[in-house]
Design a protein around this ligand. Sequence first.
Ligand SMILES: [Zn+2]
Ligand SMILES: [Zn+2]
Ligand SMILES: [Zn+2]
Length: 470
Amino acid sequence: MDRNSPCPLDKEYSDHISALLSPPPPPQSVQEYYDEVIEATKCTGVRVSCSSRHGKGVYANRDFTKDELILKDQILVGAQHSSNKVDCLVCSYCYRFIGSIELQIGRRLYLQSLGLSTSKHCHDDTGSSSSINMNENSPPEEVLKSLINGNLSLPYTSQFALPPVIACPGGCEEEHYCSQFCAESDWTSYHSLLCTGSNTGESRRSALLKFIDHANGTNDIFLVAAKAISFTILRYKKLKSLQGVENEQHPTPDNSNKSDFSLLLEAWKPVSMGFKKRWWDCIALPDDVDTCDEASFRMEIQDLAFISLQLLKDAIFDIECAPLFSLEVYGNIIGMFELNNLDLVVASPVEDYFIYIDDLSQREKEEAERVTQPFLEALGDEYSVSCQGTAFFPIQSCMNHSCCPNANAFKRDEDKDGHATIIARQPISEGEEITISYIDEDLPYEERQALLADYGFSCMCPRCLKEQPK
Ligand SMILES: [Zn+2]
Ligand SMILES: [Zn+2]
Ligand SMILES: [Zn+2]
């Protein structure tokens, strides 16, 4: 075979990859996409506008008063950090705390006593390190087990009731849910390809476990990337079967059918709205890496992604979705989480519980603390650790930055799940752009600009214009 003439299949494959990664569709179709998202999630107080000059922005569709809820933005793809799974038992779909206060406390102390805890989440850009936190104050194992299995209850916990724990329909021990709805939604949207339960065939199961092991040992961002790929494949299958049903009901000449690849493009659309750059190109250089080692650092990151992708391919490769498994696409998906930098945080009800105990009248408090104090001491300073993870929020990710923002991503007491909550910091009028701060806006000008450079822009907000050195 002539080496110079490219194999037609390879050519098609690389064209497909380029199509997946081509610059976002024209403003008109981006606009249409977000109109649909806003309609579907009932966030009608805002609209996403898109212009070729200014890119995307979110604008108020009506007036908002100070502290008013602007929108709740549903997670598109997200995951709890692996290291946080020991500390907090949450629904794998909506990230609500589940079980009971007793289960949360008992399970955490029990896992800590096994030496599994990483009570502080240490996550750097190249990988995550873990610190084992053996606990000498830990109550006896039997006590922890009775907390876990519900035989021992703590005072006043009935006021902090949590949804029951629903098991994964695929039988894995990794994922748990707050409701049948979340279990089914997760299964059909992401988890059915990634479940390591006994219902999964042995070869996929062992391949998945290798992939997960590698991610947990290097960087758990790979687990979120795998969810984004699984989400796209499952969406593709749904679109394809819908088209099949449509064809049976209304037979049409063959050529009016969408090609499989255009269905894949359609399935990929929600993720494609978020990506910007390849991970190894956009990742901020860690402080401990010398600038002269930058090239080799970026190469190492790319190699890491390559290994992870091979492991993922071994587990869930799908020939019809082959372009999704290219290193380019994988790098862009990870870069999307990196550049949009949206943390998933849900406050712990265990914190609320101990605050409640502390606020009781002196007599009631003393009585309650006779039971609760040993647990509080065993949990230590980290008793209030929240659920933490990474997530992509489609509308929030369109919000532009300002160092004097008019809105905040802020959870109120009633916001018990992982979805993003955007609150007005000040009155906002209809038509005004809604801005949030990507960084700590209390920092001085130079430091703000340095941090924002990692997001790839220099800030020209009213405050920066005023504060910039003349
Ligand atoms: Zn849930
Ligand atoms: Zn499962
Ligand atoms: Zn600024």
